[in-house]
Design a protein. Sequence first.
Length: 463
Amino acid sequence: MDTVNGGISLWYAQDGAPAPREPLPGDTSADVCIVGGGYTGLWTAYYLKKAAPFLDITVLEARFCGYGASGRNGGWLYNGVAGRGHHARRHGHEAAVRLQRAMNGTVDEVIRTAAAEGIDADIHRGGVLEVARTPAQLARLKDFHSVEIAFGETDRVLLGARETAERVRVHGAVASSWTPHGARVHPVKLLKGLAAAVEALGVTVHESTPVTEIRPRHAVTPYGTVRAPYVLRCTEGFTASLKGHRRSWLPMNSSMIATEPLPAEVWEEIGWTGRETLGDMAHAYMYAQRTADDRIALGGRGVPYRYGSRVDADGRTAPATVEELREVLVRFFPRLAGARVDHAWSGVLGVPRDWCATVALDRSTGLGWAGGYVGSGVATANLAARTLRDLIQQDSGQAGPTELTALPWVNHRVRTWEPEPLRWLGVRALYAAYRRADRVEAASHTPSTPRLAALADRVSGRG
């Protein structure tokens, strides 16, 4: 059997494409118009409608709900949030701690809400295990572990080689850091269940309705315009397709492969009985999960960026990227050298110039937005949605300030990305530097991170 390349993702191949919803029939109005039918948009609609059932809420989606990153991600429901260090420097350590605590609680919130709504999304709370395989990765792992504890993760555990192998037998792993604040999910099952819950509440969802322009109190589409006091941009990696937003957030590509279902004897060798989500401390890092049907789904950056902020065609992935990811799989688990790769796909995630996720509402225009999750959007989208809810309720006089509206990422602004070809050249050079640094670390066995990687962090804004 040949590898299926594209077709949106393995998750849709397993769970099937959704029944199409009707496009926008013409000009209309609403109390709140949400642009984007992924996790951010749907969670926002869900929490707003639950808080204020009288609201007329319309969601507009260019293709179908979950077509973007929400239907293609690695299924990591975890407590990572992009930009925490920046917020600590700008707003103080305690403000960043409050943001981290909110993210820890968000993992609980998604699991609780899925159960309450009867959404079976193959959720398994095994935590997150991040491994080190070289001396330099070990040094970064220890620093990472200490920083996470300093931001309030007192239940995080540092594991040696033997303890790591007792969880997952990753070839060459010398240590790992584990947090309980994470779970494996089936992204599409979660997305479909959430979309059904939103519609059951009375929210109107229009698919096959691309929004070409957002302006104060207007969302413009080829089929008509939705007028609303609040228009929320929840488009994440597809933001560049909107008029005036070509350089707002960069659509970073991430690619994945999934093996065939692996037999019991293979799992006896690998372990992974806790079904933790699995990552590493490489500069060009990987992420993986053991799926409910006993595959390994593994991802990485591949071709990181397409010129002009273009996105892929239905998830199709360059053959060279598929082979690179297969090599990572075999490096981690040599036993899988002969395993079949059933599916490969790609998607885009939103990357702000300073790598900081944000949620905002402009009270003068009624325009709001959330995103720039830099790969940690499965959980962050939920926190962003609840924050948008609170911001709208505060602005409309239905409620006052809340703990969420006081978080340091609220109304955070970043500068735009450089124009082409600087944007393309910069991102390509950035990931070439990271891959070069990984090769140097693997060959040299020194505990120091190469200056090339540290320079890339500073240039990119990640540092």
